[in-house]
Design a protein around this ligand. Structure first.
Ligand code: ARG
Ligand code: ZN
Length: 465
């Protein structure tokens, strides 16, 4: 194999699309103040997110009673204004609001569709930090979408679980639901005594009991995209162990069977993947098994949720997302293959390393799919809103794209790419053009045609090796 030494230009649809996305969206004319509540411009979820500010921290004080599923909540959102704000929007589809305070003063607000629009008593100055305190109460409800399935706040027999991907965070707290606006989180979870309450990150101190209710505080200190935030409340068996020096906190509902294996399989997946992908990105790990009824697992940051006992490959998949999706988060939902293709490829690597088929053999099995099969019909790098979780197009063909890159650049450069991708964009956001540029820098090859064939063409690509 000869190596081109020329510095390549990353000429591909991956980078052309990014240029288009950088063009500011029009405010629309009639109401110059409306742009703040029109959404942050994601092509697949145009209503999600808000303009004009950046959230630093969410403090979610949630008091929940499993018997009634009533939530009594106070959400405090700390943000920095990017411009002078006469008003601003948050995404919110949760229960009835009782009050909104901005910097301690009552503020006017209205609810419109999935938005909460707030007009503070005084405009917020550009660059200023401000806090929004929203009190709300009632029974939160999940979103049931005919295409994307059920997501958001799930009330369960003995508690509740939140699985937000893609835009379900608004079912239980007011949020700037923009992939690019990561923030840190504090969860203050109050339940009747004896009920267990978990969230992302690590517990702060011991649970505190006042009368018949107990409060548990959890902190996520690394930036987190809102779709990865979670709480899980119920009659869990909780175990705390160690995974390579960080806490490994797992929980399972014993009514659904023995879930004690999760602690070991999680620790094993974390260690094995850290060897390949680089240092694990968060301060703790673990997992939660509950009978949620969602029909899928979710890579909630630091602590995935499994809807029933997972097999080993599912744990490997959700743990891989901690690097690919959670730490390195796509800039837009169009790039969901950067999550699902990588996590699926981690499964293929695991099988390759544990006496199963090589990743190349797994690839070949799928590559045998005839060119006229609908398997090849959509674009992996632009599947469309309805197909962001399409198992063939996004998961399998996303992983095949990585195998095609591996076949082209060789193992050394390919594994360097996985590690450098995780390291360069750690705790941040990235897009497919960033991956292309990094892959070209590492391999000294022009990979634009490969990316175009595998990601931006709705047809079976030619053979790579
Ligand atoms: N990201 C999850 C996974 O590990 C799937 C989420 C599916 N979400 C949904 N609303 N259907 O593959
Ligand atoms: Zn996944």
């Amino acid at each position: 194999m000869t190596r081109s030494t020329r510095v390549t230009a990353a000429a591909s649809a991956a980078c052309a699309l990014v240029l288009l996305a950088a063009v500011p969206a029009s405010a629309g004319g009639a109401d110059p103040g409306a742009a703040d509540v029109l959404g942050a411009g994601d092509p697949y979820f145009p209503l999600s997110g808000n303009r004009g500010y950046d959230v630093r921290h969410y403090d979610l004080d949630l008091d929940f009673t499993p018997a009634s599923h009533e939530l009594v909540a106070e959400a405090t959102v700390t943000a920095t204004a990017g411009e002078r704000l006469e008003r601003f929007g948050l995404d919110y589809s949760g229960p009835r609001i009782e009050s909104v305070l901005v910097d301690g003063r009552p503020a006017e607000y209205l609810r419109s569709g999935q938005k909460l629009v707030i007009r503070p008593a005084r405009a917020i100055r550009a660059g200023g930090e401000f806090t929004v305190k929203v009190r709300y109460r009632g029974v939160p409800e999940r979103i049931s979408d005919s295409v994307l399935g059920d997501y958001g706040w799930f009330n369960t027999d003995d508690g509740a679980v939140a699985l937000n991907e893609p835009d379900g965070a608004r079912t239980w707290y007011p949020v700037n639901d923009d992939l690019r606006d990561k923030a840190t989180y504090t969860f203050r979870l109050t339940t009747p005594n004896g009920v267990r309450a978990l969230a992302n990150g690590e517990p702060q101190g011991e649970p505190r009991t006042h009368g018949d209710r107990t409060t548990t505080v959890w902190e996520m200190r690394e930036p987190m995209a809102s779709y990865l935030s979670t709480v899980a409340i119920g009659n869990f068996t909780v175990t705390r162990g160690d995974a390579g020096g960080i806490p490994n906190i797992t929980a399972y509902d014993p009514a659904g069977g023995d879930g004690s294996f999760l602690q070991g399989s999680t620790a094993e997946a974390v260690a094995w993947e850290a060897e390949r992908f680089g240092r694990y990105p968060f301060d703790s790990t673990g997992g939660i098994i509950d009978r949620v009824g969602a029909g899928y697992a979710l890579e909630t940051q630091s602590r995935p949720v499994y809807d029933g006992a997972p097999d080993e490959l599912t744990v490997v998949h959700e743990v891989a997302h901690q690097w690919f999706g959670d730490s390195v988060t796509p800039e837009s939902w169009q790039d969901i293959w950067l999550n699902e293709g990588f996590a699926t490829y981690a499964e293929w690597l695991w099988q390759e390393g544990h006496g199963g088929p090589s990743a190349r053999e797994t690839f070949e099995g799928y590559y045998a799919t005839p060119a006229e099969d609908p398997f090849w019909l959509l674009k992996t790098g632009d599947p469309g809103h309805d197909d962001i979780f399409n198992g063939d197009v996004v998961y399998t063909r996303g992983a095949m794209t990585l195998q095609a890159i591996r076949d082209t650049v060789g193992d050394q450069d390919f594994f360097a790419l996985l590690r450098e991708w995780a390291a360069t964009y750690r705790h941040g956001n990235a897009n497919t053009c960033d991956l292309l540029r990094l892959a070209e820098k590492i391999s000294h090859r022009d990979l634009g045609p490969l990316f175009d064939a595998w990601l931006y063409t709705a047809a079976k690509p030619g053979p790579t090796a």
